[in-house]
Design a protein. Structure first.
Length: 165
């Protein structure tokens, strides 16, 4: 059951999320200048639906330190927006109470947005793995691996570029 929920969330997330550079960081743990940064994008259009998807990943060496994602779904079909909004709420509920896993869902007009900010340096990794399952995740011996995240993202057509500024 957990696997199905997590896989569904990951698929929904990758179907909806891409990357642009964040100018601000609302998490209490600042992004270090020593971290490398990749900006990842994925977009798509379907009938009656446009998505804006982006991820920013911050990492040191092989360790993924932070993931900031933004998904925006735009449609004139309010029932379609209801479906996405409810799915996002379901995802957020699974992580409710887990410190350093922040979510924000907003609906404005014909757009539903879902943001996630995950601080892997501070989050309770065993608790996160209990939620997401031990198989097919980004962890190796309890350490979030940037390459595992990139490999998973690539399966869904996500493209990443190193940010150098």
């Amino acid at each position: 059951m957990k696997k199905a929920i997590i896989l569904g969330m990951m698929i929904l997330s990758f179907l909806l999320v891409g990357c642009t550079k964040e100018e601000s960081n609302n998490n209490t743990n600042p992004i270090s200048n020593t971290m490398e940064h990749k900006h990842c994008t994925r977009g798509g259009e379907r009938e009656n639906l446009t998505t804006e998807l982006y991820y920013d990943i911050y990492y040191t060496g092989e360790r993924l330190n932070r993931l900031i994602s933004h998904e925006a779904v735009t449609s004139e079909d309010s029932s379609l927006l209801d479906t996405y909004e409810n799915a996002y709420k379901g995802i957020a509920t699974n992580y409710s109470g887990l410190d350093h896993y922040e979510t924000n869902i907003t609906r404005n007009g014909n757009t539903v947005s879902f943001e996630m900010n995950i601080d892997y340096d501070k989050i309770d990794i065993p608790a996160l793995i209990r939620i997401e399952g031990e198989e097919d995740n980004i962890f190796e011996n309890g350490i979030p691996k940037v390459q595992k995240w990139l490999d998973l993202a690539e399966k869904f057509g996500t493209k990443c570029e190193l940010v150098t500024d």
